[in-house]
Design a protein around this ligand. Sequence first.
Ligand code: CMP
Length: 139
Amino acid sequence: MATNRTLTMIKPDAVRAGNIGNILAMINNAGFRIVAMKYTKLSADKAGKFYEVHKERPFYGELVSFMSSGPIVAAILEKDNAVADFRTLIGATNPAEAADGTIRKLYATSIGENAVHGSDSDDNAKIEGDFFFSELERF
Ligand code: CMP
């Protein structure tokens, strides 16, 4: 059954470019409710654990290094059909393939530095939400 929650990160490239506010406004305007949110920085070890599923991929080292290169905003978002609707809002992983008006089309610069993360399934939304937030940090 759908949980209607998803986990996002505003990645270090978008934070560095000053786009936290713009991206949060798009999330808000698309009807997502913020359940939990924090401004934090992943260590390389933590970034490696978050993306462990990609461990064998050739870009894993680059991904871990980038995701631990600066602060991020992590948030749990709630909405009907949250996982799929958020992936529509952010657009394709590669910004060159992202639809007009999507967050990645507007703010991502490459497939590696692609501004935002969104969970790819309800199961991963739960795992990723639990990675960042305790029950006491959810409202
Ligand atoms: P994200 O949605 O956070 O999930 C996995 C991430 O791996 C993805 O966004 C990209 O940032 C990154 N990624 C996927 N494919 C590549 C690639 N070919 N080269 C570099 N990074 C990639």
